[in-house]
Design a protein around this ligand. Structure first.
Ligand code: DGJ
Length: 728
């Protein structure tokens, strides 16, 4: 049984294959967190509440000492009733008071996984998951909270979300509603997050935990380049295989707060949810608000197990696309090849050469519509530019088809250029505060997707384009953050809803899109990887990882990304050298190897290749076809990390039956007088032997002695090794 309630003890145990999460109810009806960690069988753990140690328990101490205020492990702490650490919930009533105390009233345990209306969320059958609903009430406010915990036994994951319902007669104003809180005693943890900026997304950082609050956050209206909606507590020095990790990952694409707080009594509080800054939600009588979901996992076996749990969850229970287990076409995108300077002839020249090389799809990026010859106009005017493409999209798609290529297209549906027909007609459609200049970013404004009529209009535009030609793929871009936060469609006491309503508008658009075009391959993108988050994965099976296509910078970006996401989600392309983002020159072979650890494609002018380069690309394509299924479906294992001081970056994928494996090793730095080294593998079947090229090795030898990495004779050398188990 995944969820057990011990009535006598008033203790819930939420059990996965390897972990237990425990909650208790106190006599005062507080819900408190008892335990999260390795699996335990026994629910007699109320002693963890220190009930004998007066005055810790509220019913004894009457909350007169700070033991309660600073120590009591609240399951879902609320503002205003005497817990001075970060609260998860704050509500204001019409009198202006900010306090609530929702006590436990009853619970329900059900098989299956509930949907969260309008939001992306994990899904599962009744056999795969069960859910605990804890109903709590504040009778003064006439407010009900429901804390939901869905237990994915196989994946060692618990997902959490909260609903708030106003059953009173007056409106309530929610000022903060986080999705999860976890109190843990400090056991020499550090905290881990992903950080970056444009062209440098999702680098891993581990930091000591100071007394006080430390967090990562976004106020940008998107999950952002800079911070990622992920945090973990990890025992100091944790490795891929050793150490305890508590991780939270947010299934949401807007503003977020992910925080660790340490107090003077060595208590850590980990919280995650929609960022309260700029957020207020008016809850009318009878109204209900549902938070996005937090994915939570515990690993007693280092980062590797955390990664594995998340990858399994996302592949089995979050990504819905029909492409999840299908081959994705090897594409060529014209962005880095042409930017805005192209005409039909140029596109077809690239396409012809691409087809000869074995590329399977041509993607037309920015600049094909309105009068957009640079990035300062036409967003919102989704009419093909007939000067550039005289025959229109349909003819182009047919010409590509004749070459044996599928056709994909770029759009940025959420935006409006000040210089556009759409803006001239509907200036109030941009997000804005009357009387203030609207901030431009990349010379564009953001459409107010909190308004249903604008969502409907945008959807019609997208659908019109997709129906106008044979289009197999859509790259959905989003190139700026939200500023000057105001909606011409919301009344004063609802302006604080704009950020969240915007995200709901984006989700509604993508939901409608994938329903009407189930065969469309959707790739999300946001100026590179500013909206690479689990929320977007619910709609698109792959996300453009970064505008930095330099293979060496990509090592760090893809390492951080693959720590949380399967390789099949990571958009990765081979581009030209010197690289447009960093100016580095990297062997074409290495560029191919790195892009193969993702959804493989090209983004360069293939009409300008030398014969030698064409041959290399042809080789890469053959190689990718050979291994694409293994890369997409296999278990990812990180072996070495230059970010963490190793001499190379290395990782591998192993199929579920441990019959086949692919190993990558890339050295980004030219080590003078290099003598090579032995790379120790993982995840193979210890009893078996494996072939690498013509040679045969025992798995225990490969895992303990390692495979030989020869001395690097030039800069940025890379190798991939294919292993096949010897059949008995
Ligand atoms: C940002 C994307 O990340 C790029 O790949 C490209 O599509 C440009 N936008 C186009 O404007």
């Amino acid at each position: 049984m995944a969820i057990v309630y011990d009535e006598a003890e008033k203790v819930f145990l939420l059990n996965t294959q390897n972990t237990t999460y425990a909650i208790a109810i106190t006599d005062e009806t507080f819900l408190c967190h008892l335990y999260y960690g390795k699996k335990i069988q026994d629910s007699h753990i109320r002693y963890l509440l220190k009930e004998d140690e007066s005055p810790y328990v509220p019913s004894v101490n009457k909350r007169e000492t700070n033991s309660f205020l600073d120590m009591f492990p609240m399951e879902y702490p609320e503002t205003g009733m005497g817990d001075y650490r970060e609260s998860a919930f704050c509500v204001r009533n019409v009198e202006g008071h900010r306090a609530s105390q929702c006590g436990y009233r009853h619970h329900v345990i059900k098989n299956g996984k509930p949907e969260i209306s309008g939001l992306p969320a994990t899904f599962a059958s009744d056999e795969e998951c069960s859910t605990l609903y804890l109903y709590c009430e504040d009778e003064v406010l006439q407010l009900q909270l429901c804390l939901m915990y869905s237990v994915f036994e196989k994946e060692d994951i618990i997902t959490r979300s909260v609903t708030a319902e106003n059953y009173g007669k007056q409106p309530l104003y929610i000022e903060k509603i986080l999705s999860a809180c976890l109190d843990v005693e400090d056991r020499n943890f550090e905290w881990v997050s992903l950080h970056g900026t444009w062209a440098r997304e999702r680098h891993i950082q581990a930091m000591p935990i100071a007394v006080g609050r430390q967090n990562v956050a976004s106020f940008k209206g998107e999950s952002s380049h800079q911070e990622h909606p992920f945090i973990a507590l990890a025992t100091k020095g944790a490795t891929q295989d050793v150490g305890e990790i508590y991780a939270m990952h947010f299934v949401y694409s807007g503003n977020f707060l992910a925080q660790i707080e340490k107090n003077a009594f060595h208590m850590l509080r980990m919280t995650m949810g929609i960022h309260p800054e700029g957020f207020t939600w008016k809850l009318e009588p009878g109204g209900c608000f549902a938070t996005p979901e937090v994915v939570m996992t515990y690993s007693a076996e280092g980062y590797g197990k955390m990664t594995h749990n998340l990858h399994e969850l996302y592949r089995r229970h979050l990504i819905r696309s029909a492409y999840l287990h299908k081959d994705r076409p090897i594409l060529i995108n014209n962005w880095e090849a042409t930017y805005f300077e192209f005409d039909e002839k140029k596109l077809l020249d690239i396409a012809k050469q691409a087809a000869r090389l074995g590329i399977e799809m041509f993607v037309l990026d920015d600049g094909w519509f309105g009068k957009r010859n640079k990035d300062d106009s036409s967003l919102g005017d989704w009419n093909v530019n007939l000067e550039k493409i005289p025959g229109g999209l349909h003819k182009l798609s047919q010409e590509l088809k004749a070459l044996g290529l599928k056709f994909g297209i770029w759009m940025e549906p959420e935006m409006i250029s000040p210089d556009s027909e759409l803006y001239r007609k509907h200036p109030d459609w941009a997000i804005q505060i009357p009387g203030r200049d609207i901030t431009q970013s990349r010379a564009q404004y953001v459409l107010d997707l909190s308004r249903q009529e604008i969502v409907d209009y945008v959807y019609e535009q997208i659908a019109k384009i997709l129906h106008s030609a044979e289009i197999s793929y859509l790259k959905w871009d989003m190139n700026r953050q939200l500023t000057t936060i105001g909606s011409m469609g919301l009344v004063a006491d609802r302006q604080g809803e704009l950020f969240h309503r915007y995200v709901l508008g984006v989700y509604q658009l993508q939901e409608r899109l994938i329903r009407e075009f189930p065969d469309l391959l959707l790739e999300n993108c946001s100026g590179g990887g500013a909206r690479f988050d689990p929320g977007m994965l619910y709609y698109s099976p792959q996300i453009w990882c970064s505008d930095d296509t330099d293979a060496i910078e990509r090592l760090a970006i893809q390492e951080g990304t693959a720590m949380l996401y399967p390789l099949s989600c990571i958009g990765a392309h081979v581009s030209v050298c010197p690289n447009h983002a960093v100016g580095r020159v990297t062997p074409l072979e290495t560029r191919g190897h790195v892009a193969m650890a993702g959804t493989f494609g090209y983004e360069l002018d293939v009409t300008k290749l030398s014969e030698e380069e064409k041959e290399e690309i042809h080789k890469q394509i053959v190689c990718y076809h050979r291994y694409k299924e293994l890369i997409r479906e296999g278990d990812y294992i990180r072996l070495l990390s230059m970010q963490k001081g190793d001499r190379a970056d290395a990782w591998m994928v192993v199929d579920k039956l441990k019959n086949r494996a692919l190993v990558w090793c890339v050295r980004g730095l030219n080590i003078p007088n290099d003598k090579g080294f032995f790379l120790r593998l993982k995840g193979l079947d210890v009893e078996s032997k494996y072939h690498i090229d013509e040679k045969q090795y025992s798995a225990d030898v490969l895992m303990n002695c390692g495979i030989r990495i020869k001395p690097a004779d030039k800069d940025f050398v890379s190798n991939i090794f294919y292993l096949e188990r010897q059949t008995k």
